[in-house]
Design a protein. Structure first.
Length: 378
């Protein structure tokens, strides 16, 4: 770091703007700085000074505090800083009072010198400001490096977390082979809906996570119920109805998953208030839960289950349209249908792994099939 005020080898010279209404002083000052290796632009006009800062790149501005009866250097400094926040300022004045110096420093000046000054005063001021510039530049570089490291580590954690979520979803699906791949597909559908609805990146991340784990509560339900080929008994239906609350209880001790718990808890609510577990209605249902409800229902209809065959997309769209405004949020249904119309990635049919021969006389798909778990109790 050069402490002499000169531009040293390998160190770029400071580009200086001098604003002073005394022509002789400006000439001498310009000669001093040129001898130190720093290019200088001079002006006595505050308006021209502002235009220069807006048009050209400077590092340090030397400002006379009194530029006429109506203009103070500290006021001009404020306006210049708005145009270029990276400027450094040195206030000059023939009145070397402590009050003026304190005001200048409080308002953002890096240094203060009094007139008449000697070359060593200018050298000291340039050296001081250059040192401050270097420290600030190093601090900015350090912060930029830290931010990059944080982003990299955050991305790594997101990938690890997504792997954990996927593993948990797979654990549920191993109990219920008829839903193999269901959670991943629901997560993909939900994310596309979120994109159509312009949700923020963080909201989309939480939605994707909640969709992956929306059925995590089924991990505690007996295989005989989940894989039953015929209709469920009333008691079995009540067991299935508990899976959103069970899921919350499983994940609640894991603080990282707290933001997604409302979506998991309420993904079987209905827009008209006839869902469960809380009977919420309309926009009182968390938006992620409303999105998952549509994505979940769509995938359930077009997928095989132990107790019925998959149906086609046309039937799924019919169910969603029929349930819009009663079972489903109309805005979410519109967004989903718009995504399907524009995006062929939904493909024809996503079929889950066959669950074996099934009694097809049980649960039927209709417009009251809330939340996509086709055999869930009404």
């Amino acid at each position: 770091m050069q402490l002499t005020g000169t531009a040293g080898p390998g160190e770029p010279p400071a580009r200086v703007l001098l604003v002073d209404d005394e022509a002789r002083m400006a000439e001498l000052f310009s000669l001093m700085l040129s001898d130190l290796g720093h290019p200088v632009t001079t002006t006595c006009d505050p308006g021209e000074a502002l235009a220069l800062v807006a048009r050209e790149r400077f590092d340090i501005v030397f400002l006379d505090q009194f530029l006429g009866p109506a203009v103070k250097g500290t006021d001009l400094m404020r306006d210049m800083a708005l145009s270029d926040p990276e400027l450094y300022f040195v206030i000059m004045t023939g009145n070397g009072s402590a009050e003026i110096a304190v005001e200048a420093l409080k308002r953002g000046a890096s240094d203060f010198i009094t007139k008449p000054f000697f070359e060593e005063d200018v050298v000291r001021s340039i050296a001081f400001v250059n040192k401050k510039r270097g420290l600030d530049r190093g601090r900015r570089d350090l912060m930029a490096g830290l931010e990059l490291r944080i982003r990299e580590k955050t991305d790594e954690l997101i990938q690890v977390n997504f792997s954990v979520l996927t593993a948990l979803a797979r654990a549920v699906e191993k109990k219920d082979l008829g839903t193999y791949g269901h959670s991943m597909r629901v997560s993909g559908h939900a994310e596309r809906i979120a994109g159509e609805m312009s949700l923020a990146a963080e909201e989309r991340y939480h939605l994707r996570s909640a969709a992956l784990l929306h059925d995590i509560g089924k991990i505690g339900i007996s295989d005989s119920i989940l894989g039953k080929p015929g209709p469920l008994s009333p008691a079995e239906r009540e067991v299935v109805r508990c899976h959103p609350e069970n899921g919350v209880e499983i994940l609640k001790p894991l603080k990282h998953y707290l933001p997604i718990l409302p979506a998991i808890l309420h993904h079987h609510e209905q827009y008209d208030g006839k869902g469960y577990p809380a009977g919420l209605h309309g926009e009182k249902i968390p938006l992620p839960a409303r999105i998952i409800a549509v994505a979940d229902t769509y995938d359930a209809i077009i997928s095989n289950r132990p107790y019925r065959d998959a149906e086609d997309q046309a039937r799924a769209f019919e169910v969603l349209r029929a349930g819009s405004g009663t079972q489903f949020d109309p805005a979410v249904v519109r967004a989903f249908l718009a995504v399907v119309a524009d995006d062929c990635r939904f493909g024809p049919l996503h079929r889950s792994r066959p669950g074996g021969e099934a009694d097809r006389t049980g649960d039927q798909i209709n417009s009251r099939c809330a939340g996509g778990d086709i055999r869930r109790p009404q």
